[in-house]
Design a protein. Structure first.
Length: 227
C-alpha cells in the first residue's frame, strides 16, 4: 500500500487541489479537516476527490476555457496489433505512460484501438509461476473448462486480444470540456486525439483525465473557479 499519503484541506480551492495532484503525480487526494490540540496536529477524514471528479467539474464549469490541442499529451507511443502483452508492458514501464495507441500495420497504420495499464493488469491476476505449476495445472489453465476469461497465460496474449477496439476519439480542435464530458460519460480515462487528412484518421496525441487536472492547475486568476 501507499504510506505517504497526499492530502488536501476540504476548504481549499479546486485549483489548489489540482496543483497538489499534478505536483505529486497522483490521481486522487484524501480530503481532510484540521483538528488542533495542545500537543500535535491531527486530521479528520472528510472525503476523497478523484480525477473523475475533476473531469466532471471541468465538463460542467469550464466550457470554452481551452481546446484539446492545448493540453493533450505528446508524443504518442504506439504498438502493433500483433505485438505481445509483455512488449506493451515493457513500453509502458520504459516510457512511464499508462496507455498506448494500437495500430494496424497491415492497414496503413490505421488506428485500431487503445490499450491501458488497466487492461494489462486485468489480464495478469495473481498466478503461480510456470516453474512451480504442475503439467496438469498448465493444461487445466490453458484448456480446461474452468478457465476464466481474465486468467490468461501472459506469454500467449497479443494486443488484439485485450485492447479496446474502435476507441472513442476526439479531434485536436475540440473543446476540452467536451472531451472531459465524454470520458466521464463512458467511464474511460483517456481519448486518442486524431487529425483527419484525406479521409484518414491519424492519431497525434492522447488527452486524459490527468491532462484535465493539469489544465485546471494552470487556471490562474479565475475567481469563479477558485471559489
Amino acid at each position: 500500500m501507499t504510506t505517504k499519503l497526499v492530502i488536501a484541506d476540504k476548504n481549499g480551492t479546486i485549483i489548489e487541489c489540482a496543483k497538489t495532484m499534478t505536483t505529486n503525480n497522483v490521481s486522487s487526494l484524501i480530503i481532510v479537516e484540521d483538528v488542533e490540540d495542545d500537543d500535535n496536529k491531527n486530521y479528520n477524514l472528510a472525503g476523497l476527490i478523484t480525477s473523475t471528479d475533476f473531469a466532471n467539474f471541468f465538463s460542467e464549469n469550464c466550457i470554452g476555457f481551452a481546446s484539446v490541442k492545448d493540453h493533450m499529451s505528446q508524443p504518442i507511443f504506439v504498438i502493433s496489433i500483433k505485438e505481445s502483452l509483455s512488449t506493451a508492458a515493457q513500453i509502458m514501464s520504459d516510457k512511464r505512460v499508462s496507455r498506448l495507441i494500437v495500430i494496424d500495420q497491415d492497414n496503413h497504420n490505421k488506428l485500431a484501438g487503445i490499450i491501458s495499464e488497466t487492461d494489462v493488469s486485468r489480464t495478469i491476476p495473481v498466478y503461480k509461476s510456470r516453474t512451480i505449476r504442475s503439467v496438469y495445472e498448465n493444461i487445466e489453465l490453458l484448456f480446461g473448462s474452468k478457465l476464466k476469461p481474465d486468467f490468461i497465460e501472459p506469454s500467449l496474449v497479443r494486443i488484439r486480444d485485450i485492447m479496446t477496439p474502435n476507441p472513442i476519439t476526439t479531434e485536436k480542435d475540440a473543446d476540452l470540456a467536451e472531451a472531459a464530458k465524454i470520458m466521464v460519460k463512458h467511464g474511460i480515462s483517456g481519448l486518442p486525439v486524431i487529425e483527419s487528412s484525406d479521409n484518414v484518421e491519424k492519431p497525434i496525441g492522447i488527452i486524459s483525465k490527468f491532462d484535465i487536472i493539469n489544465a485546471l492547475s494552470r487556471l490562474e486568476g479565475e475567481d469563479e473557479l477558485a471559489e
